[in-house]
Design a protein around this ligand. Structure first.
Ligand code: TRH
Length: 398
């Protein structure tokens, strides 16, 4: 990490600006932060990452000072913004508006003026959309939309097929994961670093980063009945409320005590770490429960079986997205395992506790084929090109 502060944002015309509004939780900033780091690291692009909420950001980048308007980490210029604070914006080559966050009118006006005076200098304006495995994504990816101002904005859809914008995955990530998983000492060292010294290499370890759901209690009860020692590692967040409810204690107690034991089950409350640390946590567990968009993808890159607790949307639209993903994930999986895994995910997301218990047990018995599938999946999902490389190519060809 190079740490010399960016003095201002008057970087070369050849820079990219990424704008992010933190709607909720960490997914919006999580995705844009990964993309910004990768564009710098692998494509030597100068990137300004404009973020409205540095407090949320600091949960996944602990070195960040939430009160500093401009700072520089991993080669990325991080700039705090709100509609009124943008006075010295210099357009670069590309302007990424993440997840339809609205750009300030001052910037739009600047682009309109540029179009009139120097059209070749107008940055390529891209709206980076949320990830979905639905079929319609292919047809909408990379379409331009003419704005009332005469400017053109392109819709960039990440996705799981060659005709979409791809998936964020750094060039060497899967090799790094393989060498990490090759030696069990890596995971034990990580657990020790997180303050847990008594996990043995053969223990069953699950990470849990979900929204609130009573399904978690069902899984705890399942592990309690088993003779094998299990550890549930819970980064501090929304899952704790459900654990506290199940254990009839308070979230504060969980956070204070950090370790709870029920028979052979150990529940450990972890601090949130940076993304690098979180990836390694996912690589180190036998099973991961993840959520939202970014941790969902990182669980896939971990090559381990997982449950996706999808971000809830109005009219249960999220279940359509969940089904679309499961359909492609299960494509090369034996139908009886695929069915159990899909039913488990549906039940978990719908708080259907009886079905969670039933399908979790089946999945537990089918762990090895599911693991084999999870290991192979990233190559199928990436289709030869990750999101950053497709995005850079898209910019070059536009
Ligand atoms: C637990 C943990 C997570 N993280 C990171 C991983 C991810 O980048 C980020 C979590 O983001 P997600 O997994 O996407 O889940 P999320 O629930 O935090 O974010 C959600 O926000 C909503 C507004 C969006 O609509 C959703 O699609 C989704 O993005 O936090 C760490 O860096 N360290 C940690 O210790």
């Amino acid at each position: 990490m190079v740490n010399s502060p960016a003095s201002d944002n008057t970087t070369t015309a050849n820079h990219w600006d990424i704008f992010c509004v933190v709607v909720d939780n960490y997914g919006d900033i999580g995705v844009t932060w990964r993309l910004a780091k990768q564009l710098v690291d692998e494509y030597q692009i100068t990137v300004n990452l404009w973020v409205d909420d540095l407090h949320s950001f600091s949960h996944i980048l602990p070195q960040l000072n939430p009160y500093n308007v401009r700072q520089y980490f991993f080669g990325v210029n991080i700039i705090q913004w709100n509609k009124d604070s943008i006075i010295d914006f210099t357009p670069g080559e590309v302007l990424v508006e993440a997840f339809a966050c609205e750009l300030p009118s001052s910037i739009i006006n600047q682009l309109v003026t540029l179009k009139q005076t120097n059209p070749s200098q107008v940055p390529l304006w891209i709206n980076l959309e949320y990830l979905s495995a639905e079929d319609w994504v292919e047809g909408c990816h990379a379409l331009p939309s003419l704005q009332a101002t005469g400017l053109k904005k392109y819709f960039y859809f990440p996705g799981f097929t060659p005709k979409t914008g791809g998936l964020i995955c750094e060039a060497n990530l899967l090799q790094q994961r393989d060498s990490w998983q090759h030696n069990p000492q890596h995971k034990l060292a990580l657990f020790a670093q997180l303050g847990i010294n008594h996990i043995k290499a053969e223990d069953y370890v699950m990470s849990l980063f979900s929204y609130e759901t009573d399904s978690i209690g069902v899984l705890i009860d399942y592990f309690v009945q088993k003779t094998k020692t299990s550890h549930i590692l819970v980064p501090q967040g929304k899952s704790l409320a459900s654990i506290a409810k199940h254990l009839s204690c308070s979230v504060e107690e969980l956070i204070k005590q950090r370790h709870f034991q029920l028979n052979n089950v150990h529940i450990h409350v972890l601090p949130m770490t940076d993304q690098h640390g979180y990836d390694r946590l996912l690589w180190s567990c036998d099973f991961n429960i993840v959520r939202g968009e970014d941790s969902f993808l990182r669980a896939q890159w971990a090559g381990k079986p997982f449950i996706w607790h999808i971000y809830p949307q109005e009219d249960d639209y999220h279940l359509i997205k969940l089904r679309a993903f499961m359909k492609i994930y299960c494509d090369n999986l034996a139908p009886e395992i695929a069915n159990e895994w899909a039913e488990l995910n549906l039940a978990f997301n719908q708080d259907d506790l009886t079905k969670v218990a039933e399908h979790w047990q089946s999945i537990d018995f089918q762990y090895l084929p599911l693991l084999k599938h999870a290991k192979k999946w990233p190559i199928d999902a990436l289709n030869g090109a990750d999101l950053a490389s497709r995005l850079v190519r898209f910019v070059k060809n536009s």
